[in-house]
Design a binder for this molecule. Structure first.
Ligand SMILES: [Fe+2]
Length: 278
């Protein structure tokens, strides 16, 4: 059974990997994505893969962990309409049933992405359970992402993955164990490409595309499948080795635009890692 509408896979393949694209899906009735199944999954995952954060963050503000009480996270999920939280289940592929679901999704996405960037590498799954009105502040993720809206609605705002929205030093610092939050400027509000997601909609988010997300008036459930490509791995390697090259007075170059890959910097990163310089 295909979860993704064949017609939307065609336009996705045409736009991939540089442009955000809306697709249609039929995952809404999937039992693994019900509130009760997610409450159970939260208890099955190792606790470090379950994050509970505040639901009232601001753009450019901190997205703080919420440890204000010792509430059981499964109960926070069950009462997400009133708990005022955002809960993320990270790397759900650790649970075999979710691994199988992600495999089935990647079987459908794979043929659309392979001609451009090759097979999806390092496939991961994330599930977001958000209280009404939750804001996920401005940030970026160094992966390709397809987000499936399962319940509730969301406004998902994307930006081009380059300056001024994604400063080069922030992108580089991420690979040196820096964070992924980004500085906010009120002028960015009008520059957003805002996608309104309802249940049955999916959104492809390009590699490192900055974004903020605002849940609507109902509790929201979304599933993200993320992947890497040879190109994104080469970019990550280049970003990781840049500070070392700079220290040695060697050129570092700019962020390459796909399909141009930073081959020499990626190779020097691998050599530096072998030599334990990184
Ligand atoms: Fe994100």
């Amino acid at each position: 059974m295909s979860f993704l509408a064949p017609a939307s896979l065609g336009s996705f393949a045409d736009a991939y990997p540089l442009s955000p694209t809306m697709l249609r899906h039929s995952l809404m009735g999937q039992p693994l994505l019900s509130v009760e199944a997610l409450a159970k999954a939260a208890l099955e995952l190792p606790p470090e893969y379950v994050e509970r954060r505040i639901g009232n963050a601001a753009k450019g503000g901190e997205f703080k962990m919420d440890g204000s009480d010792d509430a059981n996270v499964a109960n926070v999920i069950r009462s997400i309409d009133t708990s005022g939280n955002w809960v993320m289940l990270r790397f759900v592929e650790q649970l075999p049933a979710y691994r199988e679901l992600l495999d089935r999704l990647m079987d459908q996405i794979g043929p659309a992405i392979a001609p451009s960037t090759g097979p999806g590498l390092t496939v991961r799954g994330f599930i977001f359970i958000s209280a009404p009105g939750t804001l996920t502040p401005f940030h970026f993720d160094c992966e390709y992402n397809m987000l499936f809206q399962i319940a509730g609605d969301k406004h998902f705002a994307t930006y081009h993955p380059g300056p001024p929205w994604l400063p080069f030093d922030r992108h580089e610092a991420y690979y040196g164990a820096g964070g992924n939050m980004l500085p906010w400027n009120d002028a960015y509000e009008a520059e957003a490409d805002v996608h309104h997601l309802q249940p049955g909609d999916a959104l492809f988010v390009p590699y490192a595309s900055p974004h903020w997300v605002k849940a609507g008036a109902e509790p929201s459930i979304s599933l993200s499948i993320t992947w890497q490509s040879q190109w994104s791995e080469a970019v990550g390697n280049a970003m990781h080795v840049n500070p070392l090259l700079r220290r040695w007075g060697l050129p570092t170059g700019n962020m390459p635009t796909w399909p141009k890959a930073p081959k020499w910097r990626s190779l020097s990163c691998r050599v530096a890692r072998k030599a334990r310089l990184l």
